[in-house]
Write a protein that binds this ligand. Structure first.
Ligand code: GDP
Ligand code: MG
Length: 792
């Protein structure tokens, strides 16, 4: 036991999970081990930190807490890992371990030969890195008030004082511990690319937590400038920060900044250049002073492996596997490991705690100590009181109103996307049709004309028709992300999503999936955990997208007289059910995940800007056209060619399709689809529908009526389907076959556009999995349904 705890053993500790709403308590310790515990410590759940229970989500789980001025949502099961005690219980040693800084001498670095510098942006999620990046480089990257918006790095350029500087926007991280993919990415990037300086962006309104990362960066001994972003908010809050004193205490340059309007950008860049220039001479580096015992250990171990920076040496003492791996291949590796282990034991014995908590506590102690000197909080504010940026929460996450509001907002977004989007979509369709007709008239008959008119222009049309919806949808998503509402949506529905092993953040992609799978898959970008992302991507295609609706409408109208609405709805529900079961199975088997992902920060609400939303909209639109357009176009041409060749003179369109390669394939697969109640015409429709599911209807139109422009409303097609008979005189369709066919259309092979999106987000391996899996499931479900239904 720690000496401070000895005095107060009678203090009762409880679990955070059992604390009532409104209560403020102090953290004693976080139980458990591994990544999850580390994440909680880094988010501020360290000994003595005050936590206030703010509210339960409307479905009771998760719970929102306030710690160190930021709002964090934890599930009950996670809060049960945190031991707490009454506020101001004596044990809590808030007299902080501020020992100031130590200085390390570092040899000067050679100025770069080509005079090109590299500066990296590092900081917590949502602290304004991308805003600064865009401002400085003139880039138009997406900013967002929602974690996980920047998943990979972005590079841009700027010039200052005649020098060219490359600026790199890295993903947001709370720490560099290499537990999460983002942390790993940032840490590896810094290690491999040796930037000339690190520009650490911190949220000035939330320094305690933000500066924790700074203490880690300081140990890397790379020239460092700390930009105190959101300075506008700090000033508004009434808190006072003595920047000069703070810089001195931390031993790092600090510059105020308001990234989104550009105030202070020049000063920040100049300070960065000064820091780089200074590092060209031999300089003193400033590091957190961890106290004599740890400092001596650091020095001793550092001397044994001079090529490692202080950060890594400390990590070796902490028994961090990534750092220890770096020792491999060194002559004295075993000796170093042995010494580090002894040091660790000694430190743990002395501090009576485990090493990870000790170091985290010391780092937070350092930050708190410095803040106690330099920051004067607005005296009118008390612990547990939320900042003004959270006032909307009263309404938006209200126990009774949260779900209705969420549903209304989602409905609005949906209506706007798919109803408003239908107009430009029609214009594009008729524009394409008009161009096709014009070229058709201008060119002589022949294969080339057919290729251009039906293959290429048709294919381009297939790409372009989605564009309006993608633009509108991402405009709305950007508004939701930027305002901070998206994090609340995840908070509200997390309980439901948790049931199937996912995070609340998966909700939005699923919802979008009912409109179109392509933007839905693109929207999974905001999921931090890769496994969650893949599970979501693979299950989104089961949400019945709007392209499948024409086929349902045709079949329902033709074969069901009563309960048409219910029948249609049952199809959608089956899609959801299959998605849920798939998600459960995947997240329990091949995509099993660890626990780091569940902790989520709820950022303050911010006013979204039209500029941001527009930028996001265009970047998604461009991404769609560039990356997916090519695949969709190529695939459309292939499908066209399969239906077009071989050519025979004097055939009706019907005979042409029947004798084409596609027709032959349809006939070849007839034995496979027969057990589902399908004939070869339906087999062909399913095959052509692989390009895009709305083609199912037009193919049936060609095969049954000879009209290429059949729609779900054509009475002639409906009647033909109702009266079509097999050679033996039996009807081709009946309600059971129609339903089985609808099930198949719902579940099988996502369209090529969706696969192109899956390829981009998850890679070919998962495309292959998805093709096999969805088609397998579709076959099985239709088979079971048909075989059981005809026997009833
Ligand atoms: P990143 O996650 O670090 O890249 O942060 P972003 O650049 O995406 O910004 C997160 C949110 O903070 C966005 O809503 C920005 O508009 C907002 N923001 C960025 N800089 C400032 C600032 O200086 N003041 C205020 N009030 N908001 C800012
Ligand atoms: Mg960003």
């Amino acid at each position: 036991m720690n000496k401070n705890q000895d005095k107060n053993q009678e203090n009762v500790t409880r679990l955070l999970d059992n604390e009532p709403v409104g209560k403020t308590v102090q953290v004693v310790r976080v139980m458990g081990d591994g990544a999850f515990r580390q994440r909680l410590l880094e988010m501020g759940f360290v000994r003595g930190a005050k936590v206030t229970v703010l509210k339960n989500a409307p479905l009771k789980d998760p719970v929102e807490y306030m710690i160190m001025g930021s709002h964090i949502s934890l599930r009950h099961s996670e809060a049960a890992q945190i031991e707490v005690t009454d506020q101001d219980a004596e044990f809590c040693d808030m007299e902080d371990a501020f020992n100031g800084i130590v200085e390390t001498e570092v040899a000067g670095v050679d100025p770069l030969a080509d005079n090109v510098l590299r500066v990296v942006l590092v900081g917590n999620p949502n602290c304004g890195k991308t805003s600064l990046f865009n401002n400085v480089t003139g880039a138009k990257e997406k900013v967002g008030n929602y974690g996980g918006v920047t998943v990979d790095s972005k590079e841009g350029w700027f010039s200052i004082g005649g020098r060219k500087v490359q600026l790199v926007d890295l993903p947001g991280t709370y720490s560099l511990t290499e537990y999460s993919p983002e942390e790993m990415y940032v840490r590896t990037y810094i290690r491999d690319n040796h930037p000339d300086a690190i520009l650490n962006i911190v949220d000035a309104g939330n320094l305690e937590r933000n500066l924790y990362l700074t203490t880690q960066i300081m140990d890397m001994n790379i020239p460092l400038v700390v930009a105190l972003n959101m300075w506008d908010e700090l000033e508004k809050s009434g808190d006072k920060l003595d920047i000069e004193m703070m810089s001195r205490l931390l031993g790092a340059r600090m510059v105020p900044l308001t990234a989104y309007n550009g105030h202070g950008v020049k000063e920040v860049l100049q300070a960065t250049m000064d820091a780089i220039d200074e590092s060209e001479q031999e300089t003193l580096h400033h590091n957190v002073n961890y106290g004599t015992l740890i400092e001596d250990s650091l020095k001793e171990l550092g001397d044994m492996c001079p090529e490692l920076d202080r950060y890594t040496v400390l990590k070796v003492i902490e028994n961090d596997q990534h750092a220890i791996q770096l020792l491999d291949g060194k002559d004295n590796a075993d000796e170093v490991k042995q010494t580090a282990a002894e040091m660790r034991q000694r430190i743990e014995r002395d501090y009576n705690d485990d090493i990870v908590s000790i170091i985290t506590d010391l780092k937070y102690g350092f930050v708190r100590g410095a803040l106690a000197e330099a920051l004067t909080p607005n005296p009118e504010r008390t612990v547990g009181e939320t900042k003004p940026g959270y006032s909307m929460d009263r309404l938006l996450t209200n126990r009774w109103l949260a779900l209705p509001i969420l549903l209304v907002l989602m409905w609005l977004m949906f209506e706007a996307t798919f109803t408003l989007g239908a107009y430009p979509q029609e214009w594009i369709e008729s524009g394409i049709g008009w161009i096709g007709e014009w070229i058709g008239k201008a060119m002589p008959d022949g294969i080339l004309r057919d290729l251009i008119v039906d293959g290429i222009i048709g294919g381009v049309g297939g790409v372009l028709v989605f564009l309006p919806q993608i633009l509108i949808l991402f405009f709305f998503i950007s508004l939701l992300e930027d305002s901070g509402y998206m994090a609340r949506a995840a908070f509200i529905v997390d309980r439901v999503m948790h049931r199937v092993g996912l995070h609340g953040k998966s909700f939005i992609p699923y919802l979008i999936g009912f409109g179109c799978g392509v933007p839905a898959i693109m929207a999974t970008r905001t999921l931090e955990n890769r496994r969650d992302r893949i599970v979501t991507i693979l299950t989104v295609p089961f949400m019945s997208c709007s392209a499948r609706l024409p086929a349902y409408l045709l079949l329902v109208a033709a074969f069901f007289t009563a309960n048409q609405g219910l029948i249609l709805m049952s199809i959608y529900l089956i899609g959801i059910l299959v998605a849920a079961l798939t998600a459960i199975v995947l997240s329990k088997t091949i995509l099993k995940h660890d626990k780091t992902q569940f902790v989520m920060e709820l950022p303050p609400y911010r006013k979204p800007t039209a500029r941001n939303a527009t930028i996001h909209m265009w970047s998604k639109g461009k991404q769609y056209l560039q990356k997916m357009g090519t695949i969709i176009l190529a695939a459309s041409i292939i499908v066209w060619a399969l239906g077009y060749f071989p050519r025979h003179e004097g055939q009706t369109p019907q005979e042409q399709v029947e004798n084409s390669y596609m027709g032959k394939m349809g006939k070849a697969i007839e034995p496979i689809v027969e057990p589902l109640g399908f004939n070869w015409q339906m087999g062909v429709s399913v095959l052509t529908g692989a390009a895009a599911k709305e083609i199912v209807v037009s193919t049936m139109g060609v095969l049954y009526t000879g009209e290429a422009d059949a729609t779900e409303e054509s009475t002639s097609l409906k009647e033909k389907l109702q009266t079509a008979t097999k050679p033996d005189g039996e009807h081709v369709f009946n309600p059971i076959i129609a339903y089985s066919f609808m099930l198949f259309i719902l579940l099988y092979f996502p369209c090529i556009a969706a696969l192109a999106a899956i390829k981009r987000e998850a890679g070919w391996k998962w495309v292959a999995f998805e093709v096999v899996y969805t088609t397998g499931v579709a076959w099985l479900v239709s088979f079971l349904f048909y075989q059981i239904a005809i026997r009833l």
